[in-house]
Write a protein that binds this ligand. Structure first.
Ligand SMILES: Nc1ncnc2c1ncn2[C@@H]1O[C@H](COP(=O)(O)OP(=O)(O)O)[C@@H](O)[C@H]1O
Ligand SMILES: [Mg+2]
Length: 340
């Protein structure tokens, strides 16, 4: 957060925005207030169908809300079409023009804005150098790899220096190694340009790694907004605890006589002799033990019938059928709102 400089022209504000698509009974997005700071890397994280794309398209102007207002840079843009908003959208399929060269693809937003030939050439050259595609200017999109096409789409998004760039699962089509490389590129670009990024993903690793803040969505509702640390270390609902990282949910009686869930992370649970110092201890039996490289994921069933995932050091992993003591510190329990 320290390096997220507040740039007012890139701030976004949603007030009471909601969306129900025609012919559907459930809102795709329940009424929502949201503030995104200028220069922030803000992710919308949730499973498929949770309303992420709908929210992004409402900001971009590709959908019109049933209620509420959208402001960008302090200006109400609710009634403006996408091309009149101070932003650029990068779609998952990159949406490059197949018949145009890379440089003409990147020049397109400048041509639309009526920027002159000489200045267009300079800025396109700079943008392509920046994404390390200077040597590919005369090629067509189908002569590039997936990762290179993605970088062309980024150059095109940045060439007109919009205060806000919207990205919908932009790395979804890339393999794991390239995805990780591109995460670093994206983060650098966002920081260098001071651009507000609103980044849609269903991948918690992407969201945790790149974001200043994350909004976690489920079924058209925002469950929690916070820094990656907050979301991971202090999930507020059973859904967030289970969707972000792996959690064990345990239902306990609360002081009012009702029930609530607590979450305990697999890495907070200790085994065998390591459990001796814990203030919560249970006897159990190992159901399954899966070697993961740096650690083993061990599933334990306690005598009370609770099944829990535990991370065990790879060097001393109990095997299926072994009896085992597990334990954790009460201070590592995360109390959630509601029962999961
Ligand atoms: N054009 C549409 N018409 C009708 N329903 C839609 C349309 N687009 C999305 N939906 C529905 O709205 C909900 C949210 O979808 P979406 O915003 O695409 O979620 P996500 O991007 O998180 O996968 C889903 O139930 C989806 O089926
Ligand atoms: Mg989507």
């Amino acid at each position: 957060m320290a390096d997220s400089v507040d740039r007012p022209e890139g701030s976004i504000r949603l007030n009471g925005v909601m969306k129900t698509y025609p012919g559907t009974s459930q809102p795709a997005l329940h009424p929502l207030d949201l503030s995104i700071r200028g220069g922030e890397f803000f992710s919308l994280l949730g499973p498929s169908g949770s309303g992420k794309t709908t929210l992004l398209r409402l900001i971009g102007g590709f959908e019109y809300p049933n209620a509420g207002t959208v402001s960008v840079g302090g200006r109400n843009v609710t009634d403006l079409p996408p091309n009149k908003r101070p932003l650029h959208t990068v779609f998952q399929n990159y949406a490059l023009f197949p018949h145009l060269t890379i440089e003409k693809n990147v020049a397109y937003p400048l041509r639309m804005a009526g920027v002159g030939r000489a200045e267009t050439a300079t800025r396109v050259g700079e943008a392509l150098e920046y994404v390390e595609l200077g040597a590919f200017a005369r090629r067509k999109p189908d002569q590039l790899s997936g990762g290179q096409r993605q970088r062309v789409a980024l150059a095109r998004a940045l060439v007109s220096r919009p205060p806000v760039v919207l990205l919908d699962e932009p790395l979804g089509a890339l393999d794991l190694r390239l995805r990780q490389e591109m995460q670093i590129v994206l983060k650098q670009i966002q920081r260098d340009f001071g651009t507000t990024f609103v980044y849609v993903t269903h991948d918690q690793g992407e969201a945790l790694g790149m974001s200043d803040r994350i909004a976690v969505l489920a079924q058209g509702e925002v469950h929690q907004i916070g820094s990656p640390h907050d979301i991971y270390l202090r999930p507020e609902t059973p859904f967030v605890a289970q969707f972000v990282g792996k959690s064990n949910l345990i239902t306990v009686a609360d002081s009012g006589g009702g029930e609530r869930s607590i979450s305990i992370r697999p890495e907070s649970i200790r085994l065998a002799a390591d459990a001796a110092a814990c203030d919560q201890r249970f006897e159990g039996r190992v159901i399954e033990s899966l070697f993961q490289g740096a650690y083993a994921e061990v599933e334990v069933e306690t005598r009370q019938g609770q099944q829990l995932f535990v991370h065990a050091p790879a060097s001393s992993t109990p095997q299926a059928g072994d009896g085992v003591t597990i334990g954790w510190m009460r201070s590592d329990e995360i109390v959630l709102n509601g029962v999961g």
